[in-house]
Design a protein around this ligand. Sequence first.
Ligand SMILES: Cc1cc2nc3c(=O)[nH]c(=O)nc-3n(C[C@H](O)[C@H](O)[C@H](O)COP(=O)(O)OP(=O)(O)OC[C@H]3O[C@@H](n4cnc5c(N)ncnc54)[C@H](O)[C@@H]3O)c2cc1C
Length: 351
Amino acid sequence: MTSAALRSRAWKLLEMVTTPLLPSDYLDLVSPLRAGADLRGRIESVRPETADAATVVIRPGRSWRGHTAGQYVRIGVDVDGVRLWRAYSITSPTDRHDGRVTITVKAIPDGKVSNHLVRRAKPGTLVQLDQATGDFVLPQVKPDKVLYLTAGSGITPVMGMLRDVEFDDVVMVHCAPRPQDVIFRSELRDLVSDKKLRLAEVHTDTDGMLDIARLGELVPDWAERETWACGPAGLLDAAEEHWTEHGIPERLHTERFRPSVIVAGDGGEVTFSVTGKAVDADGATPLLDVGEEAGVLMPSGCRMGICFGCLTPLKAGAVRDLRTGDITEAEPGVLIQTCVSAAAGPCDIER
Ligand SMILES: Cc1cc2nc3c(=O)[nH]c(=O)nc-3n(C[C@H](O)[C@H](O)[C@H](O)COP(=O)(O)OP(=O)(O)OC[C@H]3O[C@@H](n4cnc5c(N)ncnc54)[C@H](O)[C@@H]3O)c2cc1C
């Protein structure tokens, strides 16, 4: 008998012994990060960065395939017994010698996962992971001049880039309410003293919001620079308009943490037929939030319409895409992204 056949017989025997569980369920208990297991990570430490932001150091399982600077990872965290998935940019460099990855999370008011990670997550906790993904990355050929335009937690993917790749000429404009709110401030200062970065901090509590039309006062040659921008929708919308007005939209690369919602309409009664729940929803709240609020177990991912982790069959009725206003009506096999769709009249979501 070949060794493969022997292994297969041994595994079948194990399956008989461990029924109703599978042998892999027991292996998960003793070796959750092994190759071949569902991808998980173990939180090794949580390091405060500012009063409401912290860096979480994660040891990923063996099947982790690494990342490219600027990408994000979806992470599944158990909060009060419910597994919630969120996306976080990876802030560690790609060649970190100990193989750990870091994410840096800013706790937002009433945010379930961000507050849990910043204030309550304990070393040793296992989290679910997806492979890193995202196209907010640097090109193969290094541009001569780079501008990073960031605000608040939008600094995270850019910090991943700054830690990974050095440029001869790189300027960063970063906005935060006050100096003490600037995440990674001392590391940025070190880069400035080492002449690896030119930095303009805008403290919005005292300086006011950054007026993109006056970016030239901070960075006179901004239009010549390949630019990566990440921050709140208002900043990114203004930047996209500004770069387009100057005829150079291709020089601006943006990463959004939330979808730009532009359309809302009438809502309706939403039925979750599998769970047997029905609730009234307005026409602006994503069905993902409506379901979670009603206690329905909803799959989720980036929560902004890019990862398709929330796809769910629409059994009846109609929904509206909050980004475009497009209406989707129920038909056999129709799937909707619940994170960017709202009720457009009564509808039935197969959950
Ligand atoms: C590609 C990508 C990368 C990301 N990278 C990071 C990162 O590196 N660091 C980081 O801190 N966050 C990052 N985020 C945002 C993160 O995924 C979560 O949205 C954020 O942590 C809030 O989750 P929560 O569970 O705490 O809030 P929830 O409980 O989902 O929401 C609570 C309330 O806050 C509002 N809300 C949700 N998200 C935001 C937001 N981003 N800003 C303002 N209000 C919000 C909701 O509408 C709701 O009213 C990223 C998002 C994406 C899509």
